[in-house]
Write a protein that binds this ligand. Sequence first.
Ligand code: GNR
Ligand code: NI
Length: 188
Amino acid sequence: MRLFVSYLDGREQRPYVRPMALREILVVPDPTLKKVSARVDVVDDAVRALMDDMLETMYAAPGIGLAAIQVGVAKRVIVMDLARAEEPPAPQHFVNPEILWASEETAPYEEGCLSVPEIYDEVERPSQVKIRYQTYHGETVEEDAEGLYAVCIQHEMDHLDGVLFIDHLSRLKREQAVKKVKKQAKAA
Ligand code: GNR
Ligand code: NI
């Protein structure tokens, strides 16, 4: 993995390196997770540095996706890597993602969330979506997603609106999940 990223800080002529950083992942019932994240104006070096930290944090967890709000930053930024263990890493970056179309057809998937540790349950979501987002380099692209990609991007985009996968479950299951996580936190 790349350990350092370079950027210009606006004061010096010469690029310098900034060590990447692991950030703390917020867990329920942290109220920050309920915030609606703000759109990003420009994909600049600060946004890229945030995405670099988020990927490092996600790989360390480990997880397959991470939204900026999970590290306490209320910006519409997501990172993801859906590569299998035996495949080379395939980091993906999404800034200001939008769903342009969602299929009528839905599919269930057993979801988990780094902000709701050790809780897994089935969520039903559209099985295919068409999305638009800006890349690491600020280019706007459109893509079709299905399978795990569709599940994960919808899970991450929910985070940008303060929605967790347990919000798609019954009130009873959601309350049980939060209770379990609180108990784990106490024991730790
Ligand atoms: O690592 C994660 N795995 C996962 C599994 C099924 C459905 C969604 C996910 S996303 C999750 C990481 C996370 O919490 N992202 O917000
Ligand atoms: Ni999540």
